[in-house]
Design a protein around this ligand. Structure first.
Ligand code: SF4
Length: 455
């Protein structure tokens, strides 16, 4: 999971992009970068670290220009190094000419890279963002206009990609034919065009209105404004519908974002409501969310069941999300640094504990232990998604299938292993009921029905 931002038509483009990236920090905390163009030169700055650490006022001042693209990275394809950090810049005989930042993963990376290498295209990283920009640059070098180069990319490259691509004069926004990752854009009151992975980044920049980039959409932004170029997604896909990542609603996105035609917060509340409906007759004193992504699920559960909501777990917001740290050792230590139960709260209570998902299961197991040690009499664990049984290849770093808790334990084993009195997951049918257009989603990490063939 990563986040992208693009800004066109503002002399403070770098500062605006940094604000947008800051709003998307939850999508990636390992590294970040920005490419800024003043019409003549594209300057690049990228580094390991958080947005506020990397983009200091001094750095932003050194990035003049009215076009900016930015990226926050959580490593999936390619290791967590500065080399793999985006955006990626392409130099031609005329100097730095193109830059690109992407969210998603390419599933036929190896064969496309081999094809480009056979054409004497060289790579500095093993990151798929570099593959995308090198492909476009190669096609432009063959005589394509940028939009035709992007159409050629859609014919050749399979996977999830929401991208911002800049030349020295124009900004392009484009999205894969299945629209797997979110991508929204809008304009500020002074006409600045802003694009982002999530609408919460548009809100911070006071963007009026928002539109999603359509499947296989190519938006060109230049001095004449923004235009959507003709492109039929069905030319590039075998499925006749989108495959939005349903996990964006369950876990990844901020609840104040809107995409795939849904308010994220409303989907989460509905999930909580359906979990509660499956619990009629359960006697409980309180419902407690595992913050933050489960908060609104617990709100929905409480409203539907009448069980009082309690914010009984306090999260330290100054360390990363445990699930998105790349090494298990860091993850395990993080749980203890990250959560703390309220003191003198749990003694003798029957608790409904709500979490969004179980991936490896290590985090929830330790949280349950904490709450038990705090004196809870019963813990009933409710999970706002079906069991995760399959890995994701479209931009989310889920572990190998054999590491997933659902593949290591039966449901009853998982209940005893986590130490709870009862354990229930939201069913796939109930999850579909939370969505306006359930047929437009990818559920592959639950049912193994991948929308694309893997290479
Ligand atoms: S496999 Fe799961 S996480 Fe990956 S895109 Fe599909 S729904 Fe999202």
């Amino acid at each position: 999971m990563c986040g992208i931002v693009g800004v066109f038509g503002n002399p403070e483009a770098a500062s605006l992009a940094a604000l947008g990236m800051f709003a998307e920090q939850h999508r990636g905390q390992e590294s970040c970068g920005m490419a800024v163009c003043d019409g003549k030169v594209i300057r690049l700055h990228k580094s390991m670290g958080l947005v506020k650490e990397v983009f200091t006022p001094e750095v932003l001042e050194s990035l003049p220009g009215s076009i900016a693209i930015g990226h926050v990275r959580y490593p999936t394809k390619g290791s967590a190094t500065a080399f793999n950090t985006q955006p990626h810049l392409v130099e031609t005989l005329f100097g730095p000419s193109y830059a690109l930042a992407s969210n998603g993963d390419v599933v036929n990376y190896a064969s496309v890279r081999a094809k480009l290498e056979a054409e004497n295209v060289y790579f500095k990283s093993d990151n798929d963002g570099e593959l995308l920009v090198k492909f476009i640059a190669w096609r432009i070098d063959q005589g394509d206009e940028p939009a035709d180069a992007i159409r050629a990319l859609m014919r050749e490259i399979k996977g999830a990609y929401s991208c911002v691509f800049t030349t020295r004069r124009e900004l392009y926004l484009f999205r894969d034919p299945l629209s797997m990752r979110p991508m929204v854009w809008g304009k500020t009151s002074n006409g600045t065009v802003v694009v982002a992975s999530e609408s919460c980044a548009l809100d911070i920049l006071q963007v009026n209105g928002r539109q999603e980039v359509p499947p296989a959409g190519i938006n060109r932004v230049n001095k004449d404004g923004i235009s959507l170029l003709e492109n039929d997604p069905n030319l590039y896909r075998s499925r006749r519908h989108n495959s939005y990542c349903v996990f964006e609603h369950i876990y990844f996105s901020r609840p104040d974002s809107y995409h795939f035609g849904e308010n994220v917060f409303a989907v989460r509340e509905k999930i909580g409501e359906l979990l509660a409906k499956d619990d009629e007759g359960l006697q409980a004193d309180c419902v407690v969310p595992v913050p933050d992504s489960s908060n609104l699920m617990a709100v929905g559960y409480s409203a539907a069941s009448g069980v009082p909501l309690s914010l009984g777990l306090i999260r330290n917001h100054y360390i990363g999300r445990t699930f998105i740290k790349p090494q298990q050792t860091i993850r395990d230590e993080g749980v203890y640094q990250k959560f703390n139960p309220l003191p003198n709260f749990y003694k003798g209570k029957k608790v409904v504990l709500v979490d969004d998902s179980i991936v490896r299961g290590t985090t929830i197991r330790q949280i349950v232990r904490m709450i038990k040690e705090a004196g809870a009499e019963e813990i009933h664990l409710r999970i706002g998604s079906p069991q995760v049984k399959f890995s994701c290849y479209f931009g989310i770093d889920t572990p190998h299938p054999e590491e997933l808790a659902a593949n290591r334990h039966s449901l009853e084993e998982l209940r005893t292993w986590t130490g709870v009195d009862s354990l229930k997951h939201l069913s796939l049918t109930s999850l579909a009921q939370c969505l306006t257009k359930p047929e437009e989603y990818c559920y592959a990490c639950f049912d193994g029905n991948y929308p694309l063939e893997m290479e």
